[in-house]
Design a binder for this molecule. Structure first.
Ligand code: M6R
Length: 608
């Protein structure tokens, strides 16, 4: 949800800002802009649309200078126009601000400032910030830092901001409250960015700013303060990610690269936790006494949470509930300190998920998050973290983070089952042996991508598709449908197969692709799934089945079939979903969409 980058150092800022923005474009791509200090004072360029439009403008009317700030926007207040693109300035044009988040009281602030003579030129909430800073300076604030502190004390809502002032050469100011922002330390140069991968190749150390902190980056160092003006000693972390982790590595898209990374990611995750001795910072005794688990998440992470619920119930006997974080925050759930909250999030910055964490903490619950991004807000607000260790996920459609979340739930469920004695040691050992088969099975599915591409080629052109699954693979159906609609823009609906006859069966005709996940080998839902497929067949639906290798019964019913290796039922969703990721991928490719940056979406949803 908007990407921010800033640079202080001896080099020309523009190429560095553009490079950072390219890596942040997944956060929003409605418009983009940059501001630098140069001989004219403060100079800006903005463009509507993708970053390439800004590059074209910079080509026609070049800009050079330092320091600088840049922004790529995902519109909230006001449509994507040049006027609404960031950076925003005050009336004097000596202050420029980039912002990610929402200033909730911007209307009243704007009215107040307009009465004082400030003239606004955009519809954004952001524009109040430069005007507020200017007003604070007019009212006697001794410097930009103080004016920024005072201005932000008046803002309600969430922000990460970068500020440039023509009166403070060699300085970029940064502040965060509820939206992500990091300070990167290179050799003799400093950066701000919405995430580490944006500036990975240029920095060696990172400061994760805390909510309510302001940083002043100057050519000779970084100082961090609280909003009240107290100096704080920031924790400096070494950057451990390899720069290649954020590159496309020869793949045509990040999404395809990330699909291919899944076997390695999952292998590493299993090996890291497979002795189950890691207590995820919560003791075995805590897990023994626990009486309930509440999982909250959004989007794909919610589907991982649905799968996690099924596994946890199955292996630990605990009462488990999963809810959409955006709904959870407005419920009155009966939660007490005996409940463990498990938020699931790739980015660790999803506003609704964070709200769920804060609610649960108020009720005295412990929070064990499943998260991919170190230093993110979810991580920092949790008592314990199970990192998914998937590495940077740049494609807007989540793939490797999802299967890593599923794997994390499998490992956690086994850990809790051991602590509570609901599985014995030999059952746990068998589960781990079966889990270890998952990465190779995924590898095999990926090796069949040409078959999947051919199937996608036959069915991508209709207006809609239906995805059916049961039990462990019901969330797989939901996730397969989400992937398809998200990147191919074909309407897709995931349904519990048993519910089909209660409504969606009316949709079935010879044009409707119906993706049926039917890999269960040894539990009762296999036969039920076959009956559901028969019902689709009887109405001439186009069945695309995901089935276990050698399953000839499914082959007789399905028009198209994607075979996956046999995997224990409980863990089959981690493999099956990869077939659906590829199916969506090739449908999107056939439909000519921008796969890594689907329309209207942003990778990290930091607003409610
Ligand atoms: O960063 P998070 O995992 O908290 O994000 C949650 C959702 O916004 C995310 O999964 C979204 O649904 C993806 N675009 C799905 O591919």
């Amino acid at each position: 949800m908007c990407g921010i980058v800033g640079y202080v150092g001896k080099q020309d800022a523009i190429p560095l800002l553009i490079d950072g923005l390219k890596r942040l474009e997944y956060r929003g791509y409605d418009s983009a802009g940059v501001a630098v200090l140069d001989s004219a004072g403060l100079s800006l360029r903005k463009a509507v649309g993708r970053l390439s439009a800004l590059e074209d403008i910079l080509h026609l009317t070049p800009l050079g200078g330092r320091p600088g700030i840049g922004h790529t926007r995902w519109a909230t207040h006001g449509p994507p126009t040049e006027a609404n693109a960031h950076p925003h300035t005050d009336d004097s044009g000596r202050l420029a601000v980039v912002h990610n988040g929402i200033i909730e009281n911007y209307k009243e602030l704007r009215e107040e400032l307009e009465k004082k003579g400030h003239r606004f030129s955009s519809q954004t909430d952001t524009e109040v910030i430069p005007h507020l800073i200017a007003q604070e300076l007019k009212d006697g604030a001794p410097d930009t830092l103080t004016a920024l502190r005072n201005a932000l004390s008046r803002a309600r809502g969430a922000y990460a901001v970068g500020v440039l002032s023509a009166d403070e050469p060699n300085t970029v100011f940064a502040a965060r409250h509820g939206s992500p922002l990091i300070v990167g330390i290179g050799s003799g140069e400093y950066y701000i960015a919405s995430d580490v991968p944006a500036i990975l190749s240029r920095i060696r150390e990172v400061i994760y700013l805390n909510d309510g902190e302001i940083a002043a980056l100057r050519t000779d160092g970084v100082n961090v303060y609280t909003l009240a003006g107290q100096r704080v000693q920031p924790e400096i972390h070494a950057v451990t990610l390899q720069a290649e982790a954020a590159e496309r590595a020869g793949f045509e898209t990040y999404m395809l690269k990330e699909i291919h990374e899944q076997p390695r990611v999952l292998r590493n995750l299993i090996e890291k936790h497979s002795d189950l001795s890691d207590e995820f910072e919560l003791s075995a005794n805590y897990f023994r006494k626990l009486n309930r688990i509440m999982i909250v998440a959004c989007g794909t992470a919610y589907h991982a949470g649905m799968y996690g619920r099924l596994l946890l119930e199955h292996f630990t006997g605990l009462a488990v509930e999963t809810d959409l974080a955006s709904e959870f925050r407005y419920r009155d759930p009966k939660i007490d300190p005996g409940t463990l909250l498990i938020p699931v999030s790739q980015s660790g910055e999803t506003a609704d998920t964070l709200a769920g964490i804060r609610m649960a903490r108020n009720w005295g619950c412990k929070v064990l998050s499943i998260c991919n991004v170190p230093g993110s807000s979810v991580v920092r607000e949790s008592d314990a973290v199970l990192f998914t260790e998937a590495g940077p996920e740049i494609g807007v459609a989540s793939t490797k983070a999802y299967t890593a979340q599923q794997m994390a739930f499998a490992l956690l469920a086994l850990h809790i089952a051991r602590a509570r004695g609901t599985l014995n040691e030999s059952e746990i050992a068998q589960c781990l042996t079966d889990l270890r088969k998952v990465p190779d099975a995924i590898h095999l599915v990926i090796s069949r991508k040409e078959t999947i591409r051919a199937i996608a080629g036959k069915h991508h052109d209709g207006p809609s598709s239906l995805y059916l699954g049961r039990k462990f693979n019901y969330p797989t159906a939901l996730e397969g449908a989400l992937k398809n609609k998200e990147i191919s823009y074909q309407h897709a609906e995931g349904y519990a197969a048993g519910e089909m006859k209660h409504g969606p069966i009316a949709l079935i005709n010879e044009y409707l692709p119906v993706v049926c996940i039917c890999t269960q080998t040894r539990d009762e839902v296999y036969d039920k799934m076959i009956s559901n497929m028969k019902e689709v067949e009887a109405r001439h639906g186009r069945i695309i089945a995901v089935a276990t290798e050698g399953d000839t019964l499914v082959k007789e019913i399905a028009g198209d079939i994607i075979y996956v290796p046999a995997i224990r039922d409980e863990f089959s969703p981690i493999v099956n979903v990869v077939a659906l990721q590829l199916l969506a991928y090739y449908a999107a490719q056939a439909r000519g969409t921008d796969i890594d940056k689907p329309r209207n979406l942003a990778k990290s949803v930091t607003v409610e």
